[in-house]
Every structure is written in structure tokens, then in C-alpha cells.
Design a binder for this molecule. Structure first.
Ligand SMILES: *[C@@H]1O[C@H](CO)[C@@H](O)[C@H](O)[C@H]1NC(C)=O
Length: 134
């Protein structure tokens, strides 16, 4: 009996959160006339999200939904960001074990590197230096 009540409560909690979207945002703040190239793909399940060129001072948002209540195979999204000779392969999103919603992963490309934040009202955090290609 107790176990049954517990089970119903757990179900209710998950049902309330299962169907909202999570956002992954990529922003180009590198500099005037500099285009940011992005090429993204997902794993678990494998899905090519394609390539996109972002003009300066624009952004692109992917929306994700954690569909299973418990995620044995964590879905990951990887984006190769590049401008000129500079690039970095960034894991922009990794699903957690339990389903979440309303998650923000915001990435901002700047001249000196890639910055990150998880809430719009937070300051940017420096994350990666660009790798210099040939
Ligand atoms: C970037 O975009 C914002 C909002 O669209 C605008 O207010 C701002 O002037 C732009 N900045 C530059 C440097 O273009």
C-alpha cells in the first residue's frame, strides 16, 4: 500500500515535467562582419543537425525535449564552432539521468574564446580558448 502511494507520487512529479523544452542557444559576438560557422550533431539517437552560418550579433536556438523519464542512454549534442582559422568542438548539451525541463545552455562565441551561461540573468563565464588551425 505505502509503496503504491509512493509510486503514484513519483509518477505525478515526472508527469508534470516531462513535456517542456530545453534550449541550447549559440551566439555570435565575435566581431562585425565575422561569420560563425556551426556544424552540430546528436548522439543517442544519432541525428545530424546540419550546418549553419551565424552573422555577427545573431543567435541560433535548438530546442530539445528529454522524452524518457529516466535516460539510460544520455543524449548529447556536439557542435563544431569555427571562424577563420579558429575552431572548437563543444558539447553544447548533455541530457541528465532524470528528465528535466526549462534548461538553458547558452554559448557565446567571442574573439578570445567561448563563453557559457545557464541562465539569462547570469554573467558570462569563460569556457574555452579557440584552437588555432592551419
Ligand atoms: C546587436 O543586436 C542588438 C539587438 O538586436 C542591438 O541592440 C545592438 O545594437 C547590436 N550591436 C551591434 C554591435 O550591432
Amino acid at each position: 500500500m505505502n509503496l503504491c502511494i509512493y509510486f503514484v507520487l513519483v509518477l505525478a512529479v515526472f508527469a508534470g515535467t516531462a513535456y517542456t523544452w530545453n534550449d541550447v542557444e549559440i551566439r555570435n559576438q565575435i566581431g562585425p562582419n565575422i561569420v560563425l560557422h556551426m556544424k552540430c550533431h546528436m548522439t543517442n539517437p544519432t541525428n545530424d543537425l546540419g550546418s549553419k552560418d551565424l552573422q555577427f550579433n545573431t543567435s541560433h536556438t535548438f530546442e530539445f525535449r528529454d522524452v524518457d523519464t529516466i535516460n539510460w542512454k544520455k543524449e548529447e549534442t556536439q557542435c563544431l564552432l569555427r571562424y577563420g582559422r579558429y575552431y572548437h568542438d563543444v558539447q553544447v548539451y548533455r541530457e541528465s539521468f532524470l528528465t528535466r525541463s526549462g534548461i538553458l545552455r547558452s554559448w557565446e562565441a567571442r574573439r578570445d574564446g567561448i563563453y557559457f551561461k545557464t541562465r539569462h540573468d547570469r554573467p558570462w563565464e569563460f569556457k574555452f580558448h579557440w584552437i588555432v588551425g592551419k
